[in-house]
Structures are given as structure tokens and as C-alpha cells.
Design a protein around this ligand. Structure first.
Ligand SMILES: *[C@@H]1O[C@H](CO)[C@@H](O)[C@H](O)[C@H]1NC(C)=O
Ligand SMILES: *[C@@H]1O[C@H](CO)[C@@H](O)[C@H](O)[C@H]1NC(C)=O
Ligand SMILES: *[C@@H]1O[C@H](CO)[C@@H](O)[C@H](O)[C@H]1NC(C)=O
Length: 505
């Protein structure tokens, strides 16, 4: 279901919110991966079947920078199964790129499987922190590439086009991958690579020649966030994505993770979304015991050209979640426009609006998503009401008031000083201070969250575990959801639900 008989992103199905399959892939990086020959040598996979692409497929994307001219090209190395590696039978030999002198090459990986681990010539490659893999993401030489790109920009060699203003959704800025309006639970994890699967068995790069000679080939693609922005949101709003020449895409130019991040770096939205501590690729998951890691978060950030966080506060998931409330407002604001636009994933939702509403609700929801709803004590199911027909989202209603209040700081992630103290000592004192009393205000929906902060000692104890890591300030104090004025559409989940939030920050 993730393949398409014709070339084109619109034909590809997306599943940002679906669970990855429990496949753990080992990808062998070929010798000298940053050279022309290395780029044109197939990466080899074990533990996963590249031909079962929708469930187990992985993809590689390289950005090649000429430090003398600032020119960038995008190149998609091929990835094949290690035990199906006969050239001409199992794959078509990759085209060899022409690299300029002193070329700086960065490589990024994505996967539809659960995890990827790099082996082989992994010097300069990062797939996680120690034994804790990112999951569906890895990179080689990413930080060096972004540094070289900055040097080229500073020297006036490389000009990155501005993100600009939307011409259709007038009055709105165009989106970028670091824009809170359009991020999801794991931002900056996607590449735009496509491959061809010929006759169901032979893998090939999606070059103009291969595409022309194999019109019936299946295009293996990833429904990435980048593609969502580049191919759906941007055109709908009247925006043009940043692309560069590529000999491995039929049209001759390609967007790319590196281009998206570079553009967002040059023209950062305010505030800018950078990988937070509560990103599920940046946490350390030890058999289900989840802890946040500044080191792992920074390792991820480095690979996508993002500023290092100096402290956990700099990468706070709570701050991220507060800013992320802007996404609900953005999606609601553009409901009419997005409702008329094609769904990136017709099997998930029937148009771009319902798709985005579903994606946001899932991402804002409890761990293993970002856990924002838990932090702020809201019931995401009620704030984003979705109607499904045969499992396809056909309507959505976003209650913007609470999201506006989260954004404004009126709904807080918990009491402040009392919250931290309560958590640290493991007592329930945090519950008393509570948060905004305005949720649902004007609609008579939500009650006063602060009103019933009693009897929650057990939950406070659970929060204390988190506080012990020195990262938690969230959560302990908002009281239960059954506050005064509680009506049918109660928005607050109550403290008990916070047990799910094992990683407040
Ligand atoms: C696309 O790739 C990303 C990152 O590798 C992954 O999270 C996502 O599930 C993939 N989506 C699809 C539809 O293949
Ligand atoms: C491609 O597929 C179409 C439709 O299924 C079929 O009619 C055509 O013969 C196929 N062409 C080749 C070269 O296999
Ligand atoms: C959230 O709201 C939904 C729909 O009203 C309800 O079924 C669910 O139990 C609520 N969840 C919590 C944790 O209160």
C-alpha cells in the first residue's frame, strides 16, 4: 500500500501515525561512502526485506555540496538485500554521480521498519547513542555537511531561497520543517528518496532512464513529513519548496531532508521547532522504561543541522508541546482550504484537513507520541473530535480555545514551584496549585482543573521518579479533570492519566 504504479508523490500512501513494523534492519554501509564510488555502491540490508518495502523498506539520501561554488546536488544511493545482490537480476547498477573536488557529502537514512542499525564502513555515521538507536533514522557526516553549507552561505556562494509568504493562503507564512504549525511527533526524520521495484523483484534507482524504461515499475516511496510539506501543504497554500538537481529522480530535481533543514535554519520560524527531549527517537527506551537524554537529543540534532541544546530546559518537551498547540490553530484556520486539497493518505483520511487533524491529534497525544495532552492535562480525543467511516477519518472538529490557552500560557503544564517540590518529595502537594481555570471558557465545557487536587498521592509519587532525572517540572500540579463546572465535554484528563507520561520535561 505504500507503492504506486505511477511516479508521483500524490500516488503514494502515507502513514505517519501508524506503528512501525517490528523489523530491525542492519544496513551495511559500503566502503568510502562519501565518494562517488561509495555512493554508487548498493547498501546491503539484513534482518529486513527491502522488497517488502511498505513494512521493512529503508532508504538513503545524500546531499553533495561543492565547497568552491556552493552548488548542491541530491543523490539517492540504492539499498538492496544482502542475499539478493546479483547485478542485473536483483538490481540495476546505480548511476555514478560526478563529484566536484573536495565535495562534502552528507547521507541520511529513513526506514519503514522499526529500527535501523548501521554496520560496515560506519566511520562518521551515527544511528543512536551507544546501544540506543534512534529507530528509523541515521546519518553519516551530517554535521559536517551542514557546517560546510553554512560556510558556503557565509561566503556568498550558496543562496538559500526564502521560505516566503503563501500566495493562496494569503497572510500566512509558508511552512518549513521547523515550523510548529506542521511538525509531528518525530520531526526531521524523513528523506525524499524513491526507488523502483521492477517486476516485483528488481530494485533500481528512480533515475530518468530507469523510470522511462520501466513504466510499470512500482515506485517505492516514503510518506515523509518532507513530502507532506513539499507536495501537499506547500502547493495548497501557494508555496514553492526548495529543490536541487538530482540524477536519481525522474524530474531531475529533488527536495531533500538536507535542503529542508538548511532552509529552515536560514529562515527560522519564531519559535523554531527543534528536536525535543520527548521525541520518541531521542529518548532512551530500555525495554519499555523510557528516559530522556540530552546527549541523544543533541546527537540527533547535530545530524540535521540543529542547534545543540545546552541544558534539558533548552530542549524541553513541555515548551515544545506548548508551542505545538499552534498546529491545532493553523489546521483549524485553514480548514476550508485544506478540506478541498487531496489527502496524502486516502486510507487514513479523506482530505488534507482531516489528515492533518488526525496526524496532529495523534502526535499531541500520550506517549509514545509527544505526550503533550498528558502534560497539559487535556483529553485530545475531545479537543480534536474525529469522525471515521470504515476507519477513514472523514470529518474533524478542532476545539481551538484550549489550544489557544495552552499557547498563551493560560493552561499550564502544572503548578510551578509547588509542582516541582511536590514531585521531588513524592508527595501530592503539587495538586493544589493547579493551572488555568479558563479551559473551555466561554463554551461552558471544561471545569476548573485546579479545583480538585486531592487524593493523588500515588500519581505524585510516580511523577517523583521523573523528577529524579532532573528534567521534570511538568505534570504534577494540574489537578484532576473532574473539577467544578465539569460537563459532558470535559477536557481535562486528570492526574491518573499522567502515569502514562513517564518522561515529562
Ligand atoms: C517514512 O519514514 C519515516 C522515517 O523513517 C517513518 O517514521 C515513517 O513511518 C515512514 N512512513 C511511511 C509511510 O513509509
Ligand atoms: C504495463 O501495465 C499495463 C497495465 O497493466 C499493461 O497493459 C502493459 O502491457 C504493461 N506493460 C509492460 C511493458 O509490461
Ligand atoms: C477522553 O475522551 C474520550 C471521549 O469522550 C473518552 O472516551 C475517554 O475516556 C477520555 N479519556 C480520558 C483519559 O479521560
Amino acid at each position: 500500500m505504500f507503492s504506486a504504479p505511477t511516479i508521483g508523490l500524490a500516488a503514494v500512501l502515507f502513514a505517519w501515525v501508524s506503528q512501525a513494523q517490528p523489523f530491525n534492519c542492519q544496513i551495511t554501509v559500503p566502503p568510502n561512502p562519501l565518494t562517488a564510488q561509495g555512493l554508487a555502491t548498493p547498501y546491503k540490508m539484513t534482518g529486513c526485506n527491502q522488497i517488502d518495502f511498505a513494512n521493512q523498506g529503508s532508504f538513503v539520501e545524500a546531499a553533495i555540496l561543492d565547497p568552491a561554488t556552493g552548488a548542491i546536488q541530491i543523490y539517492n544511493p540504492l539499498l538492496i538485500n544482502q542475499d539478493q545482490a546479483t547485478e542485473g537480476v536483483d538490481f540495476i547498477a546505480p548511476v555514478v554521480p560526478t563529484l566536484p573536488a573536495n565535495a562534502v557529502v552528507g547521507i541520511w537514512f529513513g526506514s519503514n521498519a522499526n529500527t535501523i542499525t548501521l554496520t560496515g564502513s560506519t566511520n562518521g555515521c551515527v544511528n543512536g547513542l551507544g546501544g540506543s538507536v534512534f529507530g528509523q533514522f541515521a546519518y553519516c557526516n551530517g554535521p559536517e555537511w551542514f557546517t560546510a553549507a553554512q560556510t558556503a552561505i557565509s561566503a556568498g556562494l550558496l543562496t538559500v531561497p526564502p521560505i516566503g509568504q503563501a500566495t493562496i493562503a494569503t497572510g500566512q507564512a509558508c511552512p518549513s520543517v521547523r515550523d510548529f504549525r506542521v511538525v509531528d511527533m518525530d520531526q526531521s526524520d524523513n528523506v525524499d528518496t524513491t526507488y523502483l521495484l521492477i517486476d516485483g523483484k528488481k530494485l533500481a534507482q528512480n533515475t530518468p532512464a530507469n523510470a522511462a524504461a520501466n513504466k510499470n515499475a512500482t515506485v517505492l516511496s516514503n510518506g515523509s513529513d518532507n513530502a507532506l510539506i513539499n507536495a501537499f501543504i506547500a502547493p495548497t497554500m501557494g508555496c514553492t519548496p526548495f529543490t536541487a538537481p538530482s540524477i536519481t529522480t525522474p524530474g531531475g530535481t529533488s527536495p531533500a531532508l538536507a535542503l529542508n533543514e538548511l532552509q529552515a535554519q536560514q529562515f527560522p520560524p519564531n519559535p523554531a521547532a527543534l528536536v525535543p527531549l520527548n521525541d520518541d527517537f531521542a529518548v532512551i527506551n530500555n525495554n519499555g522504561a523510557i528516559t530522556q537524554s540530552l546527549d541523544k537529543t543533541n546527537l540527533y540534532r547535530a545530524g540535521v543541522g540543529q542547534t545543540q541544546a545546552a541544558s534539558t530546559a533548552d530542549a524541553s518537551g513541555t515548551t515544545y508541546c506548548q508551542n505545538y498547540a499552534a498546529s491545532a490553530l493553523f489546521i483549524a484556520q485553514n480548514q476550508a482550504l485544506f478540506s478541498k486539497a487531496t489527502s496524502p493518505a486516502p486510507a487514513v483520511a479523506n482530505n488534507l484537513f482531516t489528515f492533518l487533524a488526525n496526524r496532529f491529534a495523534t502526535s499531541f497525544g500520550p506517549v509514545p507520541s509527544l505526550g503533550c495532552s498528558t502534560i497539559f492535562g487535556v483529553n485530545i480525543t475531545q479537543l480534536v473530535e474525529q469522525t471515521t467511516v470504515n476507519c477513514i477519518v472523514t470529518a474533524a472538529k478542532i476545539d481551538t480555545t484550549p489550544f489557544q490557552q495552552i499557547l498563551n500560557g493560560q493552561i499550564k503544564p502544572g503548578g510551578t514551584a509547588t509542582s516541582a517540590a511536590g514531585a521531588a518529595t513524592g508527595t501530592a502537594t503539587g495538586a493544589a496549585t493547579g493551572t488555568s481555570t479558563k479551559a473551555g471558557g466561554g463554551k461552558g465545557k471544561a471545569g476548573n482543573a485546579a479545583a480538585t487536587g486531592t487524593g493523588t498521592a500515588a500519581t505524585a509519587t510516580s511523577q517523583a521518579t521523573n523528577a529524579a532525572t532532573g528534567t521534570s517540572t511538568a505534570g504534577a500540579a494540574t489537578g484532576t479533570g473532574a473539577g467544578t463546572g465539569s460537563k459532558k465535554h470535559q477536557h481535562f484528563r486528570g492526574l491518573k492519566a499522567r502515569n502514562m507520561w513517564a518522561q515529562a520535561s
